[in-house]
Design a protein around this ligand. Structure first.
Ligand SMILES: [Cu+2]
Length: 149
């Protein structure tokens, strides 16, 4: 039963993911990449959160988990395109961020996926995202909900 749920969830992700990939990533300006925001969504649906985290430590760090109180399940996803041009996304469990480098979460790239929202997310709301690193520990973000750009 659990496998079936995962299967349908994957299917749902694949369908929804296409939307975020409509824009050619090369068209994304640095400004947009570095903007902190989250996508609006209805209860039970999905949202994406986008922001930049800079590793200011002297050592490499590893992102090991992500959480949000506003979603039943939160994951880090990476977007990809198949040879046939189909867009999809998959969970990324661990991400290494080297010293003085930034983790960029943006549309069409790595992003935080909020699944099965507990509440509606509308413009002017904010989304809380908590990242857990092996070195930096817990890092919290508060992101404004903005309509699609
Ligand atoms: Cu995703």
């Amino acid at each position: 039963m659990k496998k079936l749920v995962v299967f349908f969830l994957s299917l749902f992700i694949l369908i929804n993911c296409g939307k975020s990939s409509e824009k050619n990533s090369s068209e994304t300006s640095v400004d947009q990449e570095t903007q902190n925001w989250a996508r609006p969504g209805s209860q039970g649906q999905m949202s994406g959160a986008y922001f930049v985290y800079e590793n200011t430590l002297d050592v490499s760090d590893t992102l090991i988990s992500v959480d949000s109180p506003q979603a039943m399940m939160t994951q880090i996803h990476e977007s990809y395109t198949t040879e046939d041009g189909l867009a999809g996304m998959r969970e990324k469990k661990e991400i290494i961020v080297h010293s003085d480098e930034s983790l960029i979460l943006k549309q069409g790239g790595l992003h935080v996926m909020l699944m099965n929202l507990k509440e509606d997310l509308s413009e002017n709301d904010s989304v809380e995202v908590t990242l857990e690193f092996t070195e930096a520990g817990t890092v919290k973000f508060k992101l404004p909900v903005k309509s699609n750009k």
